[in-house]
Design a protein around this ligand. Structure first.
Ligand code: EPZ
Length: 423
């Protein structure tokens, strides 16, 4: 269990490359279950969550091999049945094997995912949609038993454009008899990436990236080679780190078109933004101006950049208001930021951030992936040496973060933690 010691006040400069998107790679790995044979997924980040998904697939009988950032999933031995609690508790996203398992084997047994630091994380929309497609569910000893011998198409209205529900329904519908229409579907670039891979595998999907997806079920899928879309959240994290340290960073292999609203907010805060095909340059020469922002499903401001943006605003000029509309308790990290001298008050899903001249170094904890990234950004801009513990949260979502920050001039080092890990 590691901690990160960061000496604040170094301007970040140079170039850094963005890895493939965690929130796409996980679903692409699950989608490989649909086809008999070997699927190859390139540009897969070698982060803890992807290693956990590999364990889930191996538990289902597939064999998974890594070569650099290329993961090979061979499903010839897969018998698809159960996803155990010890894996689901490590990573809620394991629930996305439900769709492919029902489409391929008509049954599944998946441990119920609990909540996490950012919210209760229900799956009712997943289950309601799959029930409309003929699936039946029962709960036994913390496990969801699913059966769908005659999975069929249906019109499914989502109460909320849930990313996970859209992905699970999509991966079930591609193998269901007939036509499925998902209304109020999520539109994230990671969903478009998943749909693109499914179509390469032989699926028939229209409308990915819009609020209405139409899927014609097919009987068989072929294993293919696919490249994961760049990680827009990682790109946004580096962009904010550049602005917070008054640096000048070129973020390579990043798709600016996946970050429109975010980049315009960053520009409103006074950062310089230069977009070129495949890269985004971000620089700043003064403390950021206060900007208000509201998280919403894509193409709204990404909730996965909310903590990092709040870390930037904490050292800003003026008072800004952040509104979190996607998760009900995604402000837990605010106390950690206030330990660094920030002046943030939260009220329900609003946070009022009164910018301070300079954050101060302090020992803080990473409470989840993005809260951890926010602590790193705060520490990079703070006065003194900060200690960030529970780094395992950051490792779940960022590959070699400290090496890449060090390559941009940051002064930091990873050390074994002095304290036992908090869950
Ligand atoms: C995905 O989570 C991402 N995770 C999250 O990223 C991201 O924050 C989220 O989408 C929103 O963009 C992965 O892709 C692995 P949702 P997911 O279903 O699919 C409620 C990160 O840091 N809801 O869109 O779980 C739910 O409680 C992570 O990389 C229901 O009520 O998100 C939440 O409040 C964090 N019932 C909201 O919808 C349901 O059945 C959004 O959830 C499903 C969701």
């Amino acid at each position: 269990m590691d901690r990160l010691l960061i000496t604040g006040g170094r301007r970040l400069s140079g170039a850094v490359r963005v890895n493939g998107a965690k929130n796409s790679a996980l679903k692409l790995m699950a989608a490989a279950l649909l086809a008999e044979g070997t699927t190859i997924i390139e540009n897969t980040p070698r982060i803890v969550d992807c290693l956990t998904m590999a364990e889930v697939l191996e538990h289902l009988g597939a064999s998974v091999a890594w070569e650099g950032s290329t993961v090979t999933v061979d499903t010839s031995g897969a018998r698809g049945l159960e996803t155990p609690y010890e894996l689901v508790r490590k990573m809620r996203a394991s629930i996305v094997v439900l769709g492919p398992l029902l489409a391929r084997w008509g049954r599944a047994r998946v441990a119920m995912p609990g909540g996490c630091n950012i919210g209760s994380r229900y799956i009712d929309l997943h289950l309601k949609g799959l029930e409309r497609m003929g699936a039946e569910f029962s709960y036994e000893h913390g496990y969801l038993e699913a059966s769908a011998p005659d999975l069929h198409g249906a019109v499914v209205w989502l109460d909320f454009p849930s990313v996970g529900a859209t992905e699970n329904l999509l991966m079930a519908a591609v193998g269901a008899a007939g036509t499925t229409v998902i209304e109020n579907a999520a539109r994230e670039p990671e969903i478009q990436d998943l749909a693109a891979m499914l179509v390469e595998m032989g699926a028939r999907v229209d409308g990915a990236g819009t609020t209405t997806m139409e899927i014609q079920g097919v009987d068989a899928f072929r294993p293919i080679r696919h490249r994961v879309v760049p990680d827009r959240i990682e790109a946004g994290t580096f962009a904010i780190a550049a602005a917070a340290t008054l640096g000048d960073v070129r973020i390579e292999d990043a798709r600016a078109e996946h970050l429109d609203l975010f980049l315009s907010k960053l520009a409103d805060s006074g950062a310089g933004i230069e977009v070129e095909p495949g890269s985004i340059r971000v620089w700043a020469s003064d403390r950021p101006l206060a900007v208000d922002f509201v998280t919403l499903p894509y193409p709204g401001f990404p909730t996965d950049l909310q903590p990092q943006m709040m870390a930037l605003m904490a050292g800003g000029r003026g008072t800004s208001i952040a509104t979190e509309n996607v998760f009900e308790s995604r402000f837990m990290f605010v106390d950690e930021l206030n330990r660094m001298g920030a002046d943030i008050r939260t009220e329900g899903h609003h946070a009022v951030i009164r910018g301070v001249e300079r954050l101060q170094s302090a020992p803080v904890r990473a409470l989840d992936i993005r809260a951890g990234a926010a602590m790193v950004i705060a520490a990079l801009s703070a006065d003194g040496i900060s200690e960030i513990s529970d780094l395992h949260h950051v490792d779940r979502g960022y590959e070699n973060l400290e090496e890449r920050l060090a390559s941009l001039g940051a002064e930091l080092r990873r050390e074994p933690s002095l304290w036992p890990a908090a869950v």
